[in-house]
Design a binder for this molecule. Sequence first.
Ligand SMILES: Nc1nc2c(ncn2[C@@H]2O[C@H](COP(=O)(O)OP(=O)(O)O)[C@@H](O)[C@H]2O)c(=O)[nH]1
Ligand SMILES: [Mg+2]
Length: 223
Amino acid sequence: MGFKTIEQNIMRNNDAAAGQIRRLLAEKGVFAVNIISSPGAGKTALLENVCPFLKKDDIRFLVVTGDCFTSRDAERIDKLDLPVIQVTTGGACHMNAQIVARVLEEQDLDKLDLLIVENVGNLVCPSGFDLGEDVKVALFSTAEGEDKPLKYPMLVKEGGLAIINKTDLLEHLDFDVDFCVSSIKKINPGIRMIKTSCVTGQGIGDLTDWLKENIKIKKEKNR
Ligand SMILES: Nc1nc2c(ncn2[C@@H]2O[C@H](COP(=O)(O)OP(=O)(O)O)[C@@H](O)[C@H]2O)c(=O)[nH]1
Ligand SMILES: [Mg+2]
């Protein structure tokens, strides 16, 4: 007896949706970042720190927080009176482009400068799914150990910006900053690096400026 193979090419569907998002965001001049890290590295905390500065500078942004089951991250952003939409994946370990496309359908993109996606906390799967973003941000934290970039190179390879967060904890940890930085540079020599702390505020200004510079570049490309 023969059998039939039904090919459902998840990646192909995702990439098609991501391509559409990328074209749409290019047309509207909206800069988009996809923040990827392990759970607890500080994605939401960084947004809580950076987004108020963006708001003060009249940057029109939308945060989309991804989580398996809860809306806890969106509640944190919303508490600061910042625009946020929560996506729950029902347990799936990453966001996909179809979800982002659905979110964008309901937005007036003429009134947006920046789209920030906080992906589901996971160092592996989100790296493989294009969301139509301009830049994937690879976020690591000192509490995870300095070898994580080396152990999860795909994220670093795909990333345009690498962040090492929780620098305030360095004095309590046996974390080799040089090893972490050199691993990142070895995997992706062109990647931009910023060290941050949501406790001391280190690097928050640099991250805000990086976002603002890229928004400007995207707008200029659109002219
Ligand atoms: N000491 C310290 N704690 C941080 C920092 N950033 C985040 N945290 C804490 O780490 C935990 C996880 O942060 P969260 O933003 O929820 O991480 P996410 O899962 O990546 O979104 C929270 O208890 C934060 O307060 C930091 O720079 N320094
Ligand atoms: Mg979070």
